[in-house]
Design a protein around this ligand. Structure first.
Ligand code: ADP
Length: 942
């Protein structure tokens, strides 16, 4: 294993970050030399890939849309709420003003009413001049003050008493009311005394005799009434009737009464003519409750102050005690009321009940509904924008994927290809950096790992080893699936390996981790894509899916690139081996050729051109036929066609022209090269010069023919005298020329026997030479073999009987064949006589079976004789060959029989074979075709 060639340099933080991912969990090792790698990063490639990826991302303006929608709809809601609210507010204000106005009116009207009653009472005095107590009482009681004028304490009359008449007046009144006195009693210029005060209740009785002129507040009102002649209201006082502990604020209204008949015009006249006052004391609380007491659910509170300012000490009345817990009133207003010369300040404030009648409440639901609608709209818009953004992003991603796929499909350079994959993966995952570790196989068949980087410069990684099958990296390299970690440092698998046990010192933290195996179609792991980011939780399921897609594209592209690489290597190998075999073909002495499966010669070695004198143009295709002897051409063409059609080996002999004139014999052989499915890819062939052999064969044939002819001639010549010798010696033996003496008989017999044997030998020799010289004709006939065999056997019966042998027939029905019966007879006679000759006991079996698949029949002659030694079997058919040299002596014979059988069999287009086991017998098997055909033998070979 080679160590990576590492260079120790200073790495930038970014570089360190990249390295961290891979050093985090690695063990040392990896047969990679970084320096051997080409720089892969191609800027133009990147641009082509991602040039406008950025522009496909979510347009930033659209991100504001939900906010805009929310703002506008909230603004509209606010506007509507404000409008409804202000409308209600205006209405409420008007309502309040109405109430204030009505209340004010009610007070004024009521006071006026009281003043009317005072005027009525005053009229009593002006009309009658003087009124007595009785009249006053009955008049007032008729007014029914308590029921009609609530709040009024009563109506009274206070008389002006000049100081000189005080005693007289008191004395007069004491006649009616003994305890009467004018009080206070201090001496003064002008006395007034309450003379009557109705109704005569406990409170009012307490007031009798009181001089109101002594009290400044009352006096001010009395003087005003006296001087104007009109009613006058006093300021706030505590009535003298307030004799109980619970005191109310009070006031009084005076109406001046002048002397009867007087109509004073000026102030002085009025002062002079003043008789007294008709007046009414009021308890402010009782009066105002009387005015407003009917309201069951007052919506407004009010306070009445004496004077132009609402000073607490001047308070005449408050409709309700102040509640410190109560929230501030919605409205409050201060008005002033002139009550007959006295200014009252009225302070009105709304009560919570006032709001019940308000439409203001509508604003809130409008606001709520509007807000809900606004936020719903916001949500909808936001989700729409998000969906749109997601769709845009998906489209952009899809486009990137497509571009990657297209780029990958066009790329066959493995290194460029993996760089595209790494860049695309890094871009799509939003990783800070990415790497692709991929496995390669070197020429020795060993795998080794290379890598590409994206997001960090390559040098940054140079000094780090390859990641190995640790707990974190292992699943990816084993192709088990995606590993996605939000924070790799928190993963239980993290930090368990030597030497670093986690991140090596000096590395920036890697948190987000995403690794995807790249698997080929066959399931082998081609490598792994790794992505990292320093922030946690950066990778989502979407990234995972995108990267799986990238990984599958990568796998296809790598598979393809490898395939192409392999194909190129194969091609190179093929070219190399072609060069080799061409070279081999050139050094061979033979003519070498190749041809297409269709039989067109596409290449010949140099020897061909030298031997034939043809050029390549003349030869290639089927032009080579020109060089073949015209007599051999058709045959050669037929053979070649048959070989192409059947795909069987081609073999033919022909004569080829020689550039030096004449023809030479060649043996042409061709073999088809077939693919796995048996289809012929190409034919390879040679032409071997056999001219010398052919010539020798021809010469040998000629010599043999001459020999046979000679033997034949000699035999003929020998037979004539031999026949004479046999004829004469048989006449001698038959004692035709007279009786023989005993000593003569045996020699004569010897002459006859040897003569016959010699004749037999000569006949055989003659036969053999006849056949060999090609002079033996074939006479065809239809033959039924069984009778033929029976005939032969019966002819040999004496010999069979002599040895007490038996002949057995084992035959299936045989068809007639067409052959030469005499030659067949000669064959069987030879075979059967040998069987008899070499068998002492047992049987001779004749077997015959049909061989339709070979279009012929098979006849076997089997015996139970001495058998043939195995080493003799091959030579037994040679002429003059006998298995045992003693054979002739023991069994007789010439050693020509089987040679003749062999030759005859060949002549009849049959074949013969032998099987034997020593001492157990021999079996000669003859095959004969159904019909004999003229020369089935290859004339080229013969
Ligand atoms: P021959 O005239 O000597 O029989 P053949 O040519 O007929 O000549 O036979 C050659 C030799 O083959 C024989 O000498 C013998 O040794 C052997 N041979 C032939 N037929 C038989 C047989 N049926 N059994 C044993 N040996 C045989």
């Amino acid at each position: 294993m080679r160590r990576p060639a590492v260079g120790r340099g200073t790495a930038s933080p970014l570089q360190r970050l990249a390295l961290l991912l891979f050093r985090t969990r690695i063990m040392m090792g990896g047969p990679l030399s970084i320096k051997n790698l080409n720089p892969l990063y191609k800027v133009n490639l990147k641009n082509q890939l991602y040039g406008d990826l950025k522009s496909k991302e979510l347009p930033s303006d659209r991100a504001f849309l939900p906010g805009c929608v929310l703002f506008i709809s909230l603004a509209l809601t606010g506007l509507a709420t404000w409008y409804v609210f202000s409308l209600a507010e205006t209405k409420d204000r008007e309502r309040f003003q109405n109430i204030v106005q009505r209340s004010q009116n009610a007070i004024a009207v009521r006071i006026d009413t009281y003043i009317s009653s005072l005027r009525g009472t005053a009229a009593l005095f002006t009309a009658t001049g003087r009124t007595d107590r009785e009249t006053f009482h009955s008049y007032i009681s008729r007014l029914e003050l308590q029921s009609h004028y609530p709040g009024i304490q009563g109506i009274g009359f206070t008389k002006r008493v000049p100081p000189d008449q005080v005693e007289k007046t008191v004395a007069e009144i004491r006649q009616e009311i003994p305890s009467f006195k004018i009080w206070p009693e201090s001496p003064r210029d002008e006395y007034h005394t309450i003379l009557y005060l109705e109704p005569q209740d406990r409170r009012n009785r307490a007031a009798l005799g009181y001089d109101m002129f002594t009290e400044p507040v009352r006096r001010a009102a009395m003087e005003r009434a006296r001087d104007t002649g009109l009613a006058a209201t006093s300021g706030k006082v505590t009535l003298v009737q307030e004799i109980d502990s619970e005191k109310q604020a009070g006031f009084l209204i005076y109406l001046p009464i002048y002397e009867p008949g007087a109509a004073p015009e000026t102030i002085n006249q009025r002062r002079a003519a003043l008789n007294g006052f008709v007046y009414s004391p009021f308890r402010a609380g009782d009066l105002l409750v009387g005015i407003f007491g009917g309201e069951t659910r007052p919506r407004v509170d009010f306070e009445v102050f004496d004077g132009p300012e609402p000073r607490p000490e001047n308070r005449l009345y408050r409709s309700r005690e102040a509640d410190p817990d109560e929230r501030r009133p919605r409205y409050s207003t201060t008005t002033r009321l002139n009550v007959w010369g006295q200014t009252w300040t009225l302070l009105f404030t709304t009560r919570p009940a006032f709001d019940l009648g308000s439409n203001r409440g509508v604003a809130l639901p409008i606001f709520i509904v509007g807000s809900i609608v606004s936020f719903t709209l916001f949500g909808i818009t936001r989700s729409q924008v998000k969906a749109r953004a997601a769709a845009d992003r998906n489209a952009a991603e899809l486009e990137t994927l497509n571009r990657v796929a297209i780029s990958l499909s066009a790329e066959t350079d493995l290194q460029k290809l993996v760089q595209i994959v790494t860049d695309a993966g890094t871009k799509l995952s939003g990783a800070a950096f990415g790497a692709f570790f991929y496995n390669l196989i070197d020429v020795k068949g060993e795998t080794y790992t290379l890598y590409t980087l994206s997001g960090v410069p390559r040098e940054a990684f140079a000094k780090f080893p390859m990641p190995r099958n640790t707990a974190v990296f292992g699943p990816t390299f084993r192709g088990e699936g995606v590993v996605r970690l939000d924070d790799v440092t928190k993963d239980p698998r993290y930090g368990k390996n030597a030497p670093y046990a986690g991140m090596p010192e000096g590395h920036l933290p890697v948190k987000s981790y995403l690794a995807v195996p790249v698997l080929s179609r066959s399931g082998t792991v081609l490598g792994g894509l790794f992505f990292g980011h320093s922030a946690p939780g950066r990778f989502t399921e979407r990234h995972e899916r995108l990267l799986l897609s990238i990984a599958s594209h990568a796998a296809i592209a790598i598979d393809k690139a490898r395939l192409i690489e392999t194909a190129e290597q194969e091609q190179k190998k093929a070219e190399e081996s072609e060069r080799q075999y061409r070279l081999l073909a050139e050094v061979m002495p033979q003519l070498v050729w190749t041809s297409t499966p269709e039989g067109r010669v596409d290449w010949c070695n140099q020897r061909w051109y030298e031997a034939t004198g043809l050029t390549a143009e003349e030869t290639l295709g089927s032009g080579g036929l020109k060089a073949i002897h015209p007599d051999d051409r058709q045959r050669t063409r037929d053979r070649w066609r048959a070989a192409i059609l059947t795909g069987t080996p081609h073999e033919v002999e022909f004569r080829l022209q020689s550039p030096f004139g004449g023809y030479r014999w060649y043996l042409s052989r061709g073999l088809p090269l077939k693919d796995a499915s048996g289809r012929i890819i190409r034919w390879f062939g040679t032409c071997t010069d056999i001219d010398d052999r052919k010539r020798a064969e021809a010469e040998a044939r000629e010599a043999s023919r001459v020999k046979s002819e000679f033997v034949s001639n000699v035999s003929h010549e020998l037979r004539t005298p031999l026949n004479a010798i046999i004829g004469y010696s048989s006449l001698l033996r038959d004692e035709t020329f007279g009786a023989l003496i005993d000593d003569q008989k045996q020699p004569v017999e010897g002459v006859l026997k040897n003569g016959k044997e010699l004749l037999n030998l000569i006949n055989n020799l003659l036969d053999l030479s006849k056949i060999e010289s090609g002079k033996m004709p074939v006479d065809l006939e239809k033959i039924d073999l069984v009778p033929l065999l029976e005939e032969i056997v019966s002819g040999m019966q004496p010999l069979i009987d002599e040895k007490s042998l038996s002949v057995v027939y084992r035959m299936t029905p045989l068809p007639e064949i067409e052959s030469d019966p005499n030659k067949l007879k000669q064959i069987f006679v030879n075979l059967i006589s040998n069987a008899i000759k070499f068998t002492e006991k047992g049987e001779i079996i004749l077997l015959a079976t049909e061989k339709p698949e070979e279009e012929g029949i098979e006849i076997a002659v089997q015996d139970t004789g001495i058998g043939i030694p195995p080493d003799e079997l091959a030579r037994i058919f040679d002429a003059f060959h006998q298995a045992d040299a003693t054979s002739t002596r023991k069994f007789g014979g010439t050693g020509l029989g089987l040679a003749i059988v062999k030759e005859l069999t060949g002549l009849l287009n049959g074949r013969i074979g032998v099987e034997s086991e020593l001492d157990k017998g021999a079996t000669f098997t003859l095959f004969l075709p159904y019909r004999w055909k003229e020369d089935d033998k290859d004339p080229q070979k013969g």
